[in-house]
Ligand binder design. Structure first.
Ligand code: GCW
Length: 657
């Protein structure tokens, strides 16, 4: 039986699945073969498209003349599929339901091209098995962080004022959008697990089960963030020591009940001993002890524990120059390599600090060959404009995924999974800034194929989101999005130094906002120079955490790439970059350029009026006003700050304050 396609709630944007995107497929004759729940999903999709565009669909019929065959020939867990076109017929074959689903969306993505010419058989299979979104959603509104921590897209898609939403149709729509870009897992609550959220694990598991039901038809497994202290806060025990038999039994029982409610539950996500969250350190145990206890509870059911490596001292004394936050994850976890259970995955932020606009790839990635690894990126734009600024992160993620930690294997091949902190919420456009949808879509596609050209992925997003777009619109969208990350970098913190944001909410400039704070995020600017000496010779030794060749490349200012210079070195303002500019002149120039580029992008967007639906056009135009205002503020604060510190005038005589 076909499963009806979820109904887009009134006023909600269809994102990259507008009805017209299904025209090529929906106007043809399709034959579907095989059975299973995901085949029913695909059948529902094709039936809906055909009802709209006049095609036809048959199931398990004899091979009558048809244009498209979607065939499932097994019942395994494979997500792979083959596609080919011969003798006027396009064929997609899979041995698992998920493969058929992804094969279907592949045909949708190709559009008319799926039905043209001949195509030899191609096998498509995801490089990364886990392609996951972590929602930092609170179930109850948190007094400081609101409903969604670092959420810039309205409320939560899942939760509202302390409960799961009554109507989960939109969650079904969300699952469909995620499947269409290859995402297969979701964690439904914040890694900072507060009191109400803790209870999702036990008395509120029914709420989680309803969400899992809504996501399952699109091949998405559901995960839960849990607090390490659950045996105390929920179980009434006096300890959460991972080696205590009562604690282990408590987790076993709780996990058994979770699987009773959700038989295909994905597993737990844990932020432990991080920014004040409880963890195994309180009991003198290691993070492997902590993770392995949960892994043992999940193992009988095939579940996985995802253990975050974001562990550092957030109560540092800024006077203490020997502690370097960038070192922390490596120092904590590398000694534990090989100790984690088979079904434990260490989830590592892509950079050593915290989702800044520019960071090196974390040296932990590649340094734990005997540990399963997932790389975490941030689609929610906490430090990249908070979805008020256009900042397409595809190129940044792609650079990280293509980085070769030891000069050989790429990050994208070392990891089991790619995880993004979600940028989606209850906003009618899903992502606050309508163009931030491109980040969510690009994330999914890069998780499937880390080596994909992000610009080609963006092109797919454009052509799906704006079907029949004239070339002027396609070109305009590329002009606005392609270089937007580098533009953002130009007008914010320079040369990899990071932060310089307003404390707390992290929006807008405050050069010294975190300079004398306990968070370990300093730039050390003085009258002579700026940057953090992380060399082995004279600094914190962080550069030596890398394997060759990177330890050497980063060790010296003469070989360190310009864009990371101030991350690794403290240099004088007159230091000459590889670009041929001094550091101070680079700061001035990039900040003026960044603002000019925002102004130019705003003009391009204005010129697209009439080619984009009015509501979307207006929303983006409005955000461009704010982006330009904010970019000017960044430019003037950063430039004036460094002018005042250094006393060096701009060689082009522009106004500094
Ligand atoms: O970037 C920081 C954020 C916190 C977040 C933390 C983390 C969920 O400012 O809001 O907490 O990272 O990744 O755990």
């Amino acid at each position: 039986m076909p499963l009806p396609v979820p109904v887009l709630p009134e006023g909600v944007d269809p994102a990259w699945l507008p009805p017209e995107a299904f025209r090529p497929l929906g106007s043809r004759r399709t034959l579907i073969r095989g059975s299973g729940p995901l085949v029913d999903t695909v059948h529902g999709e094709v039936a809906e498209a055909c009802a709209r565009f006049g095609g036809s669909v048959e199931r398990d019929a004899s091979p009558e003349p048809c244009d498209l065959v979607l065939e499932l020939s097994g019942a395994d867990a494979s997500e792979a599929f083959t596609s080919e076109r011969a003798d006027g017929r396009t064929t997609v074959r899979a041995t698992g339901g998920a493969g058929l689903l992804y094969g279907f969306f592949h045909v949708v993505r190709l559009g008319e091209a799926a039905f043209q010419g001949e195509r030899p058989r191609q096998t498509h299979r995801p490089t990364l098995a886990q392609r996951m979104l972590d929602h930092w959603d609170n179930v109850a509104v948190h007094p400081v962080m609101g409903q969604v921590e670092r959420g810039y897209s309205g409320g939560s898609l899942f939760w509202r004022d302390g409960r799961a939403r009554g109507d989960l149709e939109r969650v079904r729509v969300y699952g469909r959008l995620l499947a269409a870009c290859g995402i297969n897992a979701v964690a439904v609550n914040n890694v900072n697990v507060h009191e109400t959220e803790a209870r999702l694990l036990t008395e509120r598991i029914g709420d989680v089960a309803r969400i899992a039901d809504a996501l399952r038809p699109y091949g998405i497994s559901t995960h839960l963030s849990v607090t390490f202290a659950a045996p105390i806060v929920l179980g009434g025990l006096d300890t959460a020591d991972p080696l205590d038999a009562r604690v282990r039994r408590w987790w076993e029982r709780a996990t058994a009940e979770v699987y009773e409610a959700i038989p295909d539950f994905g597993g737990y996500l844990v932020k432990a001993d991080s920014e004040g969250r409880p963890g195994p350190f309180a009991y003198g145990r290691s993070h492997a002890d902590g993770a392995n206890m949960l892994a043992a509870a999940l193992e009988p059911y095939g579940g996985t524990v995802r253990w975050r490596a974001f562990v550092y001292d957030h109560r540092q004394d800024w006077r203490d120059r020997s502690t370097d936050r960038a070192r922390a994850a490596y120092d904590h976890f590398v000694p534990l390599d090989g100790e984690f259970a088979e079904n434990a995955v260490l989830q590592v932020k892509h950079g050593p600090m915290d989702f800044q606009v520019r960071e090196p790839v974390s040296p932990l990635i590649g340094a734990m060959p005997n540990t399963r690894l997932a790389v975490e990126v941030q689609a929610t734009q906490e430090y990249t404009g908070q979805q008020r600024h256009v900042c397409w992160l595809g190129p940044m993620w792609s650079e990280a995924l293509r980085f070769r930690p030891e000069g050989t294997t790429r990050v994208g091949d070392l990891a089991d999974g790619l995880v993004a902190v979600s940028n989606a919420g209850a906003d009618p456009f899903w992502t606050g800034h309508p163009l931030a949808q491109a980040n969510l879509y690009t994330f999914g596609r890069l998780a499937w194929e880390p080596d994909a050209d992000p610009r080609a992925v963006l092109d797919d997003w454009i052509r799906l989101t704006f079907p029949d777009a004239p070339e002027r619109l396609v070109g305009g969208l590329h002009a606005v999005l392609d270089g937007s990350w580098r533009t953002y970098e130009k007008y914010t913190a320079p040369l990899g130094v990071g932060f310089m944001v307003q404390p707390g909410h992290h929006y807008g400039p405050s050069v010294d906002g975190y300079e004398y704070s306990p968070w370990g995020t300093y730039h050390f600017a003085d009258r002579d120079g700026v940057g953090v000496d992380r060399s082995a010779a004279t600094g914190t030794g962080y550069a030596a955490q890398y394997a060759k060749p990177w330890a050497e490349v980063y060790e010296s200012p003469s070989s360190c790439p310009d864009e990371l210079l101030l991350f690794f070195h403290h240099v004088v303002y007159g230091h000459m970059l590889h670009s041929g500019k001094t550091v101070i002149q680079h700061i001035y120039d990039t900040h003026f350029e960044g603002v000019e580029e925002v102004a130019a992008a705003r003009e391009v967007w204005a010129s697209l009026d009439g080619l984009v639906d009015p509501a979307r056009h207006a929303r983006v135009a409005e955000r461009f006003e704010e982006q330009l205002r904010s970019a000017r503020e960044w430019r003037d604060q950063i430039n004036s700050y460094f002018f005042r510190k250094s006393g060096v005038p701009d060689e082009r005589g522009r106004t500094l304050y």
